[in-house]
Design a protein around this ligand. Structure first.
Ligand SMILES: N[C@@H](CCC(=O)N[C@@H](CS)C(=O)NCC(=O)O)C(=O)O
Length: 230
């Protein structure tokens, strides 16, 4: 038995949403620990100096890091590896890599791709996340929005597509792969569904989520995914 597992996370971190979604789908009893975004490295230094969130600590006090391997571990340890066993493993691996390479990079442009977007996102984050009194104000008004705005705008320029178009293309590519099935995994969602769902869901606390909401097939899948959470 041991202790209740914990997940150290940031509320607005896309990688954390991937893992949280699997946890919620399986209905596991896990304590969520929100970390201060300015002190991540220090707060999770207990996990072999990985220095990032999410960090999962199991009932025996063992730590697991890196969202995709972490999702796989949770499936293996708490779900008899049922999701990993769905369909062909090379197809699953290819699409897990696809999500981590492509979709993860599409979230920054949509949240920070214009100055207005970057400002809205930053203000929202400063409200949602746990900060100290001063670091919250510092975060909202100083370097971060500018830094992110510059990175995001560079990315948007390089890609040539608007952040919205990029997301729509990714959702189309992904849902086309489902064929006539409700999920990537078939009649049930698998790890690829949860990876993609986590990335998409991480945008849901922000007003920019509206840009995704007119992708009909993508949203129908998103709502089906929500319905599988406990
Ligand atoms: N590959 C990692 C990436 C995790 C990651 O970059 N998390 C961010 C928050 S969204 C973080 O903790 N950054 C802290 C830092 O880089 O100092 C995963 O999938 O879990």
């Amino acid at each position: 038995m041991g202790q209740t597992p914990t997940l150290h996370m940031l509320y607005t971190c896309p990688f954390c949403w991937k893992v949280r979604s699997v946890i919620e789908h399986l209905g596991m009893d896990v304590n969520y620990v929100s970390v201060n975004g300015m002190k991540i490295k220090k707060t999770v230094a207990f996990a072999d100096n990985w220095g990032r969130v999410p960090v999962f600590t199991d009932e025996n006090g063992k730590h697991f890091v890196d969202s995709t391997p972490l999702m796989k571990h949770i499936d293996a340890a708490y779900n008899d590896g049922k999701m990993a066993a769905m369909g062909e493993s090379t197809r699953q691996e290819t699409w897990l890599d696809w999500a981590d390479a492509k979709v993860s990079k599409a979230t920054v442009p949509i949240l920070y791709g214009s100055l207005g977007a970057a400002f809205k996102t930053t203000m929202r984050i400063s409200k949602l996340e746990k900060f100290g009194f001063f670091s919250k104000r510092l975060y909202a008004w100083a370097g971060f929005p500018i830094m992110w705005g510059i990175i995001a705008r560079k990315r948007v320029k390089k890609d040539g597509r608007t952040p919205k178009k990029l997301w729509h293309d990714l959702l189309t590519e992904f849902t086309d792969e489902h064929g006539d099935k409700p999920f990537f995994g078939g009649s049930e969602p698998d790890l690829v569904d949860f990876s993609m769902f986590g990335y998409t869901r991480s945008i849901s606390p922000f007003s920019q989520f509206a840009l995704l909401e007119d992708h009909e097939k993508g949203m129908a899948w998103y709502r089906r995914m929500e319905a599988t959470l406990q």
